[in-house]
Design a protein around this ligand. Sequence first.
Ligand code: ADP
Ligand code: MG
Length: 366
Amino acid sequence: MVVRSPGRINLLGEHTDYNQGFVLPAAIDKYAYVAIGPRTDNRISLLAVDLNENFETSISDIAPVSQTWCNYILGVASQFARCGLLDKGFNLAVSSEIPAGAGLSSSAAISCATAFALNELLHGGIDRLELAKFAQAAEHSFAGVQCGIMDQFASLFGKKDAVIHLDCRSMDYRYIPLKLNGYELLLFNSGVKHSLASTAYNDRRRECEEGVRLIARCYPEVKSLRDATPAQVDECVSGYEIVHRRCRYVVEENIRVLLACDDLQTGNLRAFGQRMTQTHIGLQHQYEVSCRETDFLVAKAISTEGVAGARMMGGGFGGCTLNLVQANAAERLIDKLKSEYARFTGKDLACYRVSTVNGTEVAQKT
Ligand code: ADP
Ligand code: MG
Protein backbone atom coordinates (compact mmCIF):
# COMPACT_ATOMS: atom_id res chain seq x y z
CA MET A 1 0.00 0.00 0.00
CA VAL A 2 1.21 3.52 -0.80
CA VAL A 3 0.06 6.52 1.22
CA ARG A 4 0.77 10.10 0.28
CA SER A 5 0.70 13.14 2.52
CA PRO A 6 1.07 16.72 1.28
CA GLY A 7 3.38 19.54 2.27
CA ARG A 8 1.77 22.76 3.39
CA ILE A 9 1.84 26.51 3.12
CA ASN A 10 0.58 28.92 5.72
CA LEU A 11 -1.21 31.85 4.14
CA LEU A 12 -1.27 33.96 7.26
CA GLY A 13 -0.69 33.62 11.00
CA GLU A 14 3.06 33.33 11.50
CA HIS A 15 4.48 32.69 14.99
CA THR A 16 0.94 32.71 16.32
CA ASP A 17 0.66 28.94 16.86
CA TYR A 18 2.72 28.75 20.04
CA ASN A 19 0.91 31.85 21.28
CA GLN A 20 -2.30 29.83 21.08
CA GLY A 21 -3.61 31.98 18.28
CA PHE A 22 -4.89 31.51 14.75
CA VAL A 23 -3.24 30.14 11.63
CA LEU A 24 -4.39 29.73 8.04
CA PRO A 25 -2.58 26.79 6.45
CA ALA A 26 -3.40 24.78 3.32
CA ALA A 27 -2.04 21.51 1.97
CA ILE A 28 -0.23 21.82 -1.37
CA ASP A 29 0.30 19.59 -4.37
CA LYS A 30 3.71 18.31 -3.33
CA TYR A 31 3.75 15.01 -1.51
CA ALA A 32 5.73 12.64 0.62
CA TYR A 33 5.02 9.00 -0.30
CA VAL A 34 5.27 6.02 1.99
CA ALA A 35 5.02 2.41 0.76
CA ILE A 36 4.29 0.02 3.58
CA GLY A 37 4.02 -3.74 3.87
CA PRO A 38 3.54 -6.19 6.75
CA ARG A 39 6.14 -8.59 8.13
CA THR A 40 5.68 -11.81 10.04
CA ASP A 41 8.64 -11.12 12.36
CA ASN A 42 9.44 -8.24 14.70
CA ARG A 43 11.77 -6.33 12.40
CA ILE A 44 11.25 -2.81 11.14
CA SER A 45 13.02 -2.25 7.83
CA LEU A 46 13.21 1.29 6.44
CA LEU A 47 14.37 2.63 3.10
CA ALA A 48 14.83 6.27 2.06
CA VAL A 49 14.63 5.97 -1.71
CA ASP A 50 15.87 9.51 -2.44
CA LEU A 51 18.84 9.21 -0.10
CA ASN A 52 19.59 5.61 -0.99
CA GLU A 53 19.88 4.80 2.72
CA ASN A 54 18.32 2.06 4.77
CA PHE A 55 17.93 1.18 8.41
CA GLU A 56 16.75 -1.79 10.40
CA THR A 57 15.66 -2.31 13.98
CA SER A 58 13.07 -4.34 15.86
CA ILE A 59 9.79 -3.31 17.46
CA SER A 60 11.26 -3.74 20.94
CA ASP A 61 14.22 -1.42 20.19
CA ILE A 62 12.52 1.67 18.79
CA ALA A 63 14.57 4.73 19.81
CA PRO A 64 15.91 7.94 18.23
CA VAL A 65 18.84 7.32 15.89
CA SER A 66 21.50 9.43 14.17
CA GLN A 67 19.96 9.08 10.70
CA THR A 68 17.55 12.01 10.94
CA TRP A 69 15.02 10.77 8.38
CA CYS A 70 14.41 7.56 10.38
CA ASN A 71 13.25 9.54 13.39
CA TYR A 72 10.16 10.88 11.65
CA ILE A 73 9.11 7.28 11.02
CA LEU A 74 10.33 5.57 14.18
CA GLY A 75 8.87 8.37 16.31
CA VAL A 76 5.45 7.58 14.86
CA ALA A 77 5.95 3.81 15.20
CA SER A 78 6.74 4.31 18.88
CA GLN A 79 3.34 5.96 19.35
CA PHE A 80 1.61 2.90 17.88
CA ALA A 81 3.75 0.70 20.10
CA ARG A 82 2.76 2.79 23.14
CA CYS A 83 -0.89 2.09 22.33
CA GLY A 84 -0.18 -1.64 22.08
CA LEU A 85 -0.96 -1.67 18.36
CA LEU A 86 2.43 -2.68 17.01
CA ASP A 87 2.56 -6.44 17.48
CA LYS A 88 4.54 -7.20 14.29
CA GLY A 89 7.22 -5.44 12.28
CA PHE A 90 6.81 -3.75 8.90
CA ASN A 91 8.72 -2.70 5.79
CA LEU A 92 8.51 0.95 4.83
CA ALA A 93 10.00 2.96 1.96
CA VAL A 94 9.79 6.74 1.82
CA SER A 95 10.23 9.20 -1.03
CA SER A 96 9.26 12.84 -1.24
CA GLU A 97 8.89 15.63 -3.77
CA ILE A 98 8.63 18.34 -1.08
CA PRO A 99 11.88 20.30 -0.93
CA ALA A 100 13.42 19.56 2.48
CA GLY A 101 14.13 22.38 4.89
CA ALA A 102 12.30 24.98 2.80
CA GLY A 103 9.51 25.52 5.33
CA LEU A 104 7.00 23.39 3.44
CA SER A 105 7.02 20.74 6.18
CA SER A 106 8.54 17.79 4.41
CA SER A 107 9.18 16.29 7.84
CA ALA A 108 5.53 16.51 8.91
CA ALA A 109 4.42 15.03 5.58
CA ILE A 110 6.66 12.00 6.14
CA SER A 111 5.41 11.52 9.70
CA CYS A 112 1.78 11.96 8.69
CA ALA A 113 2.10 9.54 5.78
CA THR A 114 3.71 7.04 8.15
CA ALA A 115 1.01 7.50 10.79
CA PHE A 116 -1.77 7.09 8.25
CA ALA A 117 -0.09 4.05 6.65
CA LEU A 118 0.53 2.29 9.96
CA ASN A 119 -3.04 2.96 11.02
CA GLU A 120 -4.28 1.32 7.81
CA LEU A 121 -1.86 -1.60 8.08
CA LEU A 122 -2.65 -2.28 11.73
CA HIS A 123 -6.37 -1.47 11.50
CA GLY A 124 -5.73 0.90 14.40
CA GLY A 125 -8.97 2.86 14.05
CA ILE A 126 -7.24 6.07 15.10
CA ASP A 127 -8.76 9.34 13.92
CA ARG A 128 -6.92 12.03 11.99
CA LEU A 129 -6.48 14.39 14.93
CA GLU A 130 -4.86 11.65 16.98
CA LEU A 131 -2.65 10.74 14.01
CA ALA A 132 -1.59 14.40 13.82
CA LYS A 133 -0.64 14.21 17.49
CA PHE A 134 1.35 11.02 16.86
CA ALA A 135 3.24 12.81 14.10
CA GLN A 136 3.82 15.85 16.32
CA ALA A 137 5.09 13.59 19.10
CA ALA A 138 7.60 12.13 16.63
CA GLU A 139 9.00 15.62 16.02
CA HIS A 140 9.10 16.37 19.74
CA SER A 141 10.64 13.23 21.13
CA PHE A 142 12.53 11.72 18.19
CA ALA A 143 13.56 14.68 16.02
CA GLY A 144 13.99 17.09 18.96
CA VAL A 145 11.86 19.87 17.44
CA GLN A 146 9.31 21.43 19.79
CA CYS A 147 6.88 22.34 17.00
CA GLY A 148 3.21 23.23 17.27
CA ILE A 149 0.61 21.03 15.59
CA MET A 150 -0.16 23.20 12.56
CA ASP A 151 2.06 21.35 10.07
CA GLN A 152 0.73 17.92 10.89
CA PHE A 153 -2.82 19.20 11.05
CA ALA A 154 -2.56 20.81 7.62
CA SER A 155 -1.04 17.71 6.04
CA LEU A 156 -3.77 15.43 7.40
CA PHE A 157 -6.76 17.78 7.18
CA GLY A 158 -5.99 19.69 3.97
CA LYS A 159 -8.84 20.21 1.54
CA LYS A 160 -8.73 21.05 -2.15
CA ASP A 161 -9.54 24.70 -2.90
CA ALA A 162 -9.73 25.60 0.78
CA VAL A 163 -7.62 26.94 3.59
CA ILE A 164 -7.94 25.76 7.17
CA HIS A 165 -8.73 28.37 9.78
CA LEU A 166 -7.30 26.67 12.84
CA ASP A 167 -7.56 27.84 16.43
CA CYS A 168 -4.33 26.57 17.97
CA ARG A 169 -5.78 26.68 21.47
CA SER A 170 -9.05 24.77 21.10
CA MET A 171 -8.06 22.94 17.89
CA ASP A 172 -11.40 24.06 16.45
CA TYR A 173 -11.14 24.52 12.73
CA ARG A 174 -13.17 25.41 9.72
CA TYR A 175 -12.52 25.36 6.02
CA ILE A 176 -12.66 28.61 4.12
CA PRO A 177 -13.05 28.27 0.35
CA LEU A 178 -10.05 29.62 -1.50
CA LYS A 179 -11.40 31.13 -4.69
CA LEU A 180 -8.36 32.49 -6.39
CA ASN A 181 -10.30 34.29 -9.14
CA GLY A 182 -7.41 34.74 -11.53
CA TYR A 183 -4.71 34.86 -8.87
CA GLU A 184 -2.04 32.25 -8.25
CA LEU A 185 0.08 31.21 -5.27
CA LEU A 186 3.79 31.21 -5.95
CA LEU A 187 6.65 30.22 -3.69
CA PHE A 188 10.23 31.35 -4.07
CA ASN A 189 12.82 29.32 -2.22
CA SER A 190 15.55 31.62 -0.93
CA GLY A 191 17.71 28.52 -0.55
CA VAL A 192 19.13 29.80 2.73
CA LYS A 193 18.70 28.60 6.28
CA HIS A 194 20.65 30.79 8.64
CA SER A 195 22.02 29.21 11.79
CA LEU A 196 20.25 31.87 13.89
CA ALA A 197 16.93 30.12 13.37
CA SER A 198 16.65 27.83 16.38
CA THR A 199 18.19 30.24 18.92
CA ALA A 200 15.97 33.07 17.73
CA TYR A 201 12.92 30.80 17.84
CA ASN A 202 13.55 30.00 21.48
CA ASP A 203 14.27 33.67 22.23
CA ARG A 204 10.97 34.72 20.64
CA ARG A 205 9.04 32.15 22.61
CA ARG A 206 10.62 33.44 25.80
CA GLU A 207 9.95 37.08 24.89
CA CYS A 208 6.28 36.26 24.29
CA GLU A 209 6.04 34.49 27.65
CA GLU A 210 7.63 37.53 29.30
CA GLY A 211 5.01 39.73 27.64
CA VAL A 212 2.19 37.54 28.92
CA ARG A 213 3.65 37.68 32.43
CA LEU A 214 3.73 41.50 32.33
CA ILE A 215 0.19 41.81 30.97
CA ALA A 216 -1.20 39.23 33.40
CA ARG A 217 -0.04 41.36 36.33
CA CYS A 218 -2.83 43.83 35.44
CA TYR A 219 -5.09 41.48 33.50
CA PRO A 220 -4.95 38.02 35.08
CA GLU A 221 -7.42 36.68 32.50
CA VAL A 222 -4.66 36.97 29.88
CA LYS A 223 -3.13 33.49 29.70
CA SER A 224 -1.40 33.86 26.35
CA LEU A 225 -0.94 36.61 23.75
CA ARG A 226 -4.02 35.22 22.08
CA ASP A 227 -6.03 36.83 24.88
CA ALA A 228 -4.34 40.23 24.78
CA THR A 229 -5.39 43.40 22.96
CA PRO A 230 -3.01 45.93 21.38
CA ALA A 231 -4.05 48.45 24.07
CA GLN A 232 -3.14 46.01 26.85
CA VAL A 233 0.24 45.40 25.25
CA ASP A 234 0.88 49.17 25.09
CA GLU A 235 -0.28 49.72 28.65
CA CYS A 236 1.66 46.89 30.32
CA VAL A 237 4.70 46.21 28.16
CA SER A 238 5.71 49.60 26.76
CA GLY A 239 8.59 49.93 29.25
CA TYR A 240 10.23 46.89 27.70
CA GLU A 241 10.99 47.91 24.17
CA ILE A 242 11.92 44.60 22.57
CA VAL A 243 9.25 42.54 24.31
CA HIS A 244 6.73 45.25 23.40
CA ARG A 245 7.59 45.00 19.71
CA ARG A 246 7.34 41.19 19.75
CA CYS A 247 3.99 41.22 21.52
CA ARG A 248 2.54 43.90 19.27
CA TYR A 249 3.42 41.78 16.26
CA VAL A 250 1.72 38.66 17.61
CA VAL A 251 -1.42 40.47 18.75
CA GLU A 252 -1.69 42.32 15.43
CA GLU A 253 -1.07 39.11 13.49
CA ASN A 254 -3.93 37.34 15.23
CA ILE A 255 -6.26 40.19 14.32
CA ARG A 256 -4.92 40.10 10.75
CA VAL A 257 -5.81 36.43 10.40
CA LEU A 258 -9.40 37.08 11.44
CA LEU A 259 -9.74 40.01 9.05
CA ALA A 260 -8.08 37.98 6.28
CA CYS A 261 -10.73 35.27 6.70
CA ASP A 262 -13.33 37.93 5.92
CA ASP A 263 -11.33 38.95 2.84
CA LEU A 264 -11.44 35.36 1.60
CA GLN A 265 -15.15 35.04 2.29
CA THR A 266 -15.87 38.19 0.32
CA GLY A 267 -13.37 37.30 -2.41
CA ASN A 268 -11.26 40.39 -1.78
CA LEU A 269 -7.88 38.95 -2.73
CA ARG A 270 -6.27 42.34 -3.11
CA ALA A 271 -6.97 43.08 0.56
CA PHE A 272 -5.78 39.62 1.49
CA GLY A 273 -2.52 40.22 -0.36
CA GLN A 274 -2.02 43.52 1.42
CA ARG A 275 -2.35 41.74 4.75
CA MET A 276 0.31 39.24 3.66
CA THR A 277 2.65 42.13 3.00
CA GLN A 278 1.80 43.70 6.36
CA THR A 279 2.68 40.39 7.98
CA HIS A 280 6.05 40.48 6.29
CA ILE A 281 6.69 44.02 7.49
CA GLY A 282 5.81 42.88 11.01
CA LEU A 283 8.10 39.87 10.79
CA GLN A 284 10.88 42.06 9.41
CA HIS A 285 10.72 45.01 11.81
CA GLN A 286 8.73 43.99 14.89
CA TYR A 287 9.39 40.26 15.28
CA GLU A 288 12.76 40.46 13.50
CA VAL A 289 12.88 36.97 12.08
CA SER A 290 13.36 37.72 8.39
CA CYS A 291 16.71 37.97 6.61
CA ARG A 292 18.20 39.97 3.76
CA GLU A 293 17.39 37.30 1.17
CA THR A 294 13.68 37.00 2.00
CA ASP A 295 13.40 40.80 2.50
CA PHE A 296 14.88 41.23 -0.96
CA LEU A 297 12.46 38.75 -2.55
CA VAL A 298 9.45 40.38 -0.90
CA ALA A 299 10.52 43.93 -1.75
CA LYS A 300 11.09 43.03 -5.39
CA ALA A 301 7.83 41.10 -5.62
CA ILE A 302 5.56 43.78 -4.17
CA SER A 303 7.03 46.41 -6.47
CA THR A 304 6.03 44.26 -9.45
CA GLU A 305 2.76 44.85 -11.26
CA GLY A 306 0.11 42.21 -10.62
CA VAL A 307 1.43 41.14 -7.21
CA ALA A 308 -1.24 41.48 -4.51
CA GLY A 309 1.13 40.67 -1.66
CA ALA A 310 4.15 38.70 -0.52
CA ARG A 311 5.73 37.55 2.69
CA MET A 312 8.32 35.27 4.16
CA MET A 313 6.79 32.06 5.40
CA GLY A 314 7.75 29.81 8.28
CA GLY A 315 9.97 30.27 11.30
CA GLY A 316 12.27 32.71 9.56
CA PHE A 317 15.91 33.43 8.66
CA GLY A 318 15.47 31.85 5.24
CA GLY A 319 13.05 29.42 3.66
CA CYS A 320 10.42 30.39 1.13
CA THR A 321 8.45 33.50 0.37
CA LEU A 322 4.77 33.18 -0.48
CA ASN A 323 3.37 35.42 -3.20
CA LEU A 324 -0.19 36.12 -4.30
CA VAL A 325 0.05 37.07 -7.95
CA GLN A 326 -2.31 37.64 -10.85
CA ALA A 327 -1.95 34.58 -13.05
CA ASN A 328 -1.09 36.62 -16.12
CA ALA A 329 1.75 38.34 -14.24
CA ALA A 330 3.31 35.18 -12.82
CA GLU A 331 5.75 34.42 -15.64
CA ARG A 332 7.03 37.98 -15.62
CA LEU A 333 7.53 37.91 -11.85
CA ILE A 334 9.40 34.60 -12.00
CA ASP A 335 11.76 35.84 -14.71
CA LYS A 336 12.41 39.11 -12.92
CA LEU A 337 13.08 37.56 -9.51
CA LYS A 338 15.26 34.79 -10.88
CA SER A 339 17.59 37.20 -12.60
CA GLU A 340 17.64 39.78 -9.80
CA TYR A 341 18.18 37.13 -7.13
CA ALA A 342 21.08 35.64 -9.06
CA ARG A 343 22.64 39.09 -9.23
CA PHE A 344 22.00 39.75 -5.51
CA THR A 345 23.14 36.41 -4.07
CA GLY A 346 24.77 34.43 -6.86
CA LYS A 347 22.19 31.72 -6.20
CA ASP A 348 19.58 30.04 -8.36
CA LEU A 349 16.04 30.84 -7.27
CA ALA A 350 13.68 27.86 -7.25
CA CYS A 351 10.04 28.70 -7.83
CA TYR A 352 7.04 26.50 -7.09
CA ARG A 353 3.57 27.21 -8.45
CA VAL A 354 1.32 25.51 -5.95
CA SER A 355 -2.34 24.67 -5.60
CA THR A 356 -4.27 23.39 -2.63
CA VAL A 357 -5.13 19.70 -2.26
CA ASN A 358 -6.79 17.17 0.03
CA GLY A 359 -4.89 15.82 3.01
CA THR A 360 -3.26 12.42 3.58
CA GLU A 361 -4.76 9.60 1.51
CA VAL A 362 -4.11 6.14 0.15
CA ALA A 363 -2.47 6.58 -3.25
CA GLN A 364 -2.33 2.89 -4.15
CA LYS A 365 -4.08 0.05 -2.37
CA THR A 366 -1.66 -2.84 -2.91
P1 ADP B 1 10.92 20.96 6.60
O1 ADP B 1 9.99 20.12 7.41
O2 ADP B 1 10.58 22.41 6.68
O3 ADP B 1 11.05 20.51 5.19
P2 ADP B 1 12.79 19.90 8.47
O4 ADP B 1 14.20 20.25 8.78
O5 ADP B 1 11.80 19.93 9.56
O6 ADP B 1 12.36 20.83 7.26
O7 ADP B 1 12.73 18.44 7.85
C1 ADP B 1 13.66 18.03 6.88
C2 ADP B 1 14.07 16.60 7.21
O8 ADP B 1 13.03 15.68 6.77
C3 ADP B 1 15.32 16.14 6.50
O9 ADP B 1 16.48 16.47 7.23
C4 ADP B 1 15.12 14.65 6.44
O10 ADP B 1 15.48 14.04 7.66
C5 ADP B 1 13.61 14.51 6.26
N1 ADP B 1 13.32 14.41 4.83
C6 ADP B 1 12.82 15.35 4.02
N2 ADP B 1 12.70 14.90 2.75
C7 ADP B 1 13.16 13.63 2.76
C8 ADP B 1 13.29 12.61 1.76
N3 ADP B 1 12.96 12.82 0.48
N4 ADP B 1 13.79 11.41 2.16
C9 ADP B 1 14.13 11.18 3.44
N5 ADP B 1 14.01 12.11 4.41
C10 ADP B 1 13.55 13.31 4.09
MG1 MG C 1 9.76 20.22 9.54
